[in-house]
Design a binder for this molecule. Structure first.
Ligand SMILES: [Zn+2]
Length: 326
C-alpha cells in the first residue's frame, strides 16, 4: 500500500488506485465519505462510490454523475483480494468510514468523524485496523466539548429567553448536519415552530426521506411568512439574512470553534459540533488499535505529536506521501 496524495487520501494497492475525498489520479476509483463540499468538491462523473444518502443529498444540491451506491456493511470487491466496506461515521446523514482489506491488512479511512451520539445519529463505532487514517479537525487538547445534553439545554434556554422577549432566535449554521440537529433539538424539547431557509429545507427533506423525522416550515411557503411575522418561532439558515418580520432577530452560531473564537458579531455561540473533540479522537485511536496512524485535516501535526507521546506510531499524512505504508 502506498499513499500518493495527502489532500484527501489516494492509495495504490497492488494494481488498483483508490482515492478518498480527492481528485482521481488516472484510472482510479473515487470514494466520497459524505456530502460536505470540502469532501465532495472533486466529485468525478463516474467510477465513484458513496452511500445512497450521500448521493441523494448531492443530487438535491444539483450534482450529477453515475455513482455506485454502497450500503453500510456491504462489501465491494476490486480485482484480486481487495475488499472495501463502509460503516457510519456519525458526522452527517450518509457519512461513511471506509474499510479497505487487502493482503491480510486493514486500512480504515474515517472521513469526518463523530463518536458521540446525537439526536440525529448514533456515534461512530471504532473499527479495528492495521493502518488508521483519522481526521484531526479538533486534534489538540484545547478542544474538549461540553456534553451534548448540556449544549442542547443551553440552546433551548436561549431560544425560550429570546422568544419571551418578543424577539426571534435564528441560527446561522451549515445547511447539512448542524441545521438538522438544531431543528431536531427544537422539535424534541419544545413545541415551537421552526422556519428553515430554502437550502436547509432542501437537505432536511432528505433526512425525512431517510427516516430521520424533522418538522419545519420552508421559508418558501406563505404560512412561514405569517409565522415569522407573529414571532414565537425559530429560524434556521446557512447565512444571515433579513427576515420578513418587524421583530428583532437574534443570530446564533453553533460550531466546535465556539470554544475558542468569540463570534462577536453574533448574539450567541454554542460549541455544538459534528466532529469528535480531542478526547473522542484519542478514544477512537485507542479502540481501533492500529499499528500505524496517519492524521489528516485540521491539527494533523499536533494530533500526531500527541499520539506519539502516548507511544502510538503516528504521523501526519503529508509526511507519508509516496512512501510504502506497510
Ligand atoms: Zn464534514
Amino acid at each position: 500500500m502506498r499513499i500518493l496524495r495527502s489532500n484527501g487520501v489516494a492509495l495504490e494497492i497492488n494494481d488498483s488506485r483508490l482515492v478518498f475525498d480527492t481528485k482521481p489520479i488516472g484510472k482510479s476509483i473515487q470514494f466520497i465519505s459524505h456530502a460536505h463540499l470540502d469532501h465532495a468538491r472533486n466529485l468525478s462523473p463516474k467510477n465513484v462510490i458513496m452511500s445512497k444518502e450521500t448521493a441523494s443529498i448531492l443530487k438535491a444540491v444539483g450534482r450529477k454523475g453515475e455513482w455506485t451506491l454502497l450500503k453500510y456493511k456491504e462489501k465491494i470487491r476490486i480485482g484480486d483480494g481487495l475488499e472495501i466496506s463502509a460503516k457510519p461515521s456519525g458526522h452527517v446523514l450518509g457519512s461513511a468510514q471506509y474499510i479497505v482489506d487487502a493482503d491480510g491488512l486493514r486500512l480504515v479511512y474515517t472521513g469526518d468523524l463523530n463518536i458521540y451520539d446525537s439526536l440525529l445519529h448514533r456515534g461512530a463505532e471504532p473499527v479495528e485496523s492495521d493502518i488508521l487514517v483519522i481526521e484531526s479537525t479538533y486534534g489538540i487538547p484545547y478542544y474538549r466539548f461540553p456534553s451534548r445534553e448540556k449544549t442542547y439545554a443551553n440552546i433551548v434556554k436561549w431560544v425560550l429567553k429570546t422568544i419571551s422577549s418578543g424577539e426571534i432566535p435564528a441560527f446561522k449554521v451549515y445547511s447539512l448536519g448542524k441545521s438538522q440537529e438544531i431543528i431536531r433539538i427544537i422539535n424534541t424539547y419544545t413545541d415551537i415552530p421552526v422556519v428553515a431557509s430554502s437550502s436547509v429545507s432542501r437537505i432536511s427533506e432528505k433526512y425525512n426521506e431517510h427516516g430521520i423525522s424533522l418538522e419545519y416550515f420552508s421559508i418558501n411557503n406563505d404560512e412561514s411568512k405569517e409565522i415569522l411575522k407573529q414571532g414565537g418561532c425559530v429560524y434556521v439558515s446557512s447565512f444571515r439574512e433579513d427576515l420578513p418580520t418587524d421583530r428583532r432577530v437574534r443570530w446564533a452560531v453553533a460550531s466546535g470553534w465556539a470554544l475558542r473564537y468569540r463570534y462577536s458579531s453574533y448574539d450567541m455561540a454554542f460549541p455544538l459540533s459534528g466532529h469528535s473533540d480531542y478526547d473522542g479522537l484519542v478514544k477512537y485511536v485507542l479502540e481501533s488499535q492500529p499499528k500505524k496512524v496517519y492524521t489528516i485535516y485540521g491539527y494533523a501535526e499536533e494530533f500526531s505529536h500527541n499520539l506519539r507521546r502516548r507511544g502510538i506510531n503516528a504521523r501526519p499524512i503529508s509526511e507519508a506521501c509516496q512512501s510504502s505504508l506497510f
